[in-house]
Design a protein around this ligand. Structure first.
Ligand SMILES: [Fe+2]
Length: 243
């Protein structure tokens, strides 16, 4: 089975198109979207349509998806993020409220588990950003790999058979017998690791290979749409720097 796992599209249709085109070369059996389809970008409607149209796709909830339908508080959102949520609510006009409310917090099968933030209190959308968080999460799943998003910065934690935990940024690797991994697949539509290309991940359960990949897209077009929509200009500008 080959999984195509991606996250944090954030209503960036240009980046989503580029990633889905790149996936055409990957013989994907099942797509998993690890949350935050909407927020920040100018095409929430089109991105939801596109992603929900992928055959057999599995989608977990992101904090922005739930913020649109009031399932999470927005008082911890920064001003730009909050403004984008208000804009997105208006743009979607309630059309996808039932869909957004129906999203589950995590997805679990024998080969993997996927969640937007962390497995510990997934409804609180904490960030998988340090060794202490990774360590407590490693105690919460038995599969070889847990896939996350939310930080917009790809990389993976490895828990060696002896229990040592290390971190590595991006790239490709093969599952080691007895080891476990927490893989952050990065962001399709708003990368924040100073690499402005869209990020996506492929997991082949037969070979045990996991690859975090990047693809160029028309950033300027996505930026112009954000500005034309009246969204905060900074949300478009940051697409050019990947931060
Ligand atoms: Fe996000």
């Amino acid at each position: 089975m080959r999984f195509g796992i991606f996250s944090d599209v954030h209503a960036n249709l240009e980046a989503l198109h580029a990633v889905l085109e790149a996936y055409q070369e990957e013989r994907i059996d099942t797509y998993i979207c690890a949350g935050d389809i909407v927020g920040y970008g100018a095409n929430p409607f089109e991105c939801i349509k596109k992603i929900t149209g992928l055959p057999g796709v599995i989608i977990v909830a992101g904090n922005h998806d739930w913020a649109v339908v009031d399932l999470v508080k927005t008082d911890y959102f920064n001003d730009y993020a909050y403004e984008a949520i208000v804009w997105t609510r208006r743009e979607l006009a309630g059309i996808f409220d039932d869909f957004l409310k129906s999203l589950k917090l995590y997805f679990r099968v024998s080969d993997l588990i996927a969640v937007h933030g962390t497995l510990e209190y997934p409804e609180k959308f904490h960030y998988m950003i340090d060794f202490a968080t990774a360590k407590s999460n490693f105690g919460m799943f038995s599969q070889n790999a847990c896939f996350v998003g939310h930080t917009h910065s790809p990389g993976f934690f490895t828990k060696e058979p002896g229990g040592d935990i290390s971190f590595s940024r991006g790239g490709e690797f093969k599952i080691m017998s007895g080891a476990q991994y927490i893989v952050n697949v990065g962001s399709v539509g708003q990368p924040r690791d100073y690499d402005s290309r869209a990020a996506y991940c492929v997991f082949d359960t037969e070979t045990g290979e996991i690859a975090i990949k990047r693809v160029q897209y028309d950033r300027e077009k996505a930026r112009q749409k954000i500005i034309a929509a009246g969204l905060p200009r900074v949300l478009g500008d940051r697409l050019l720097t990947g931060m």
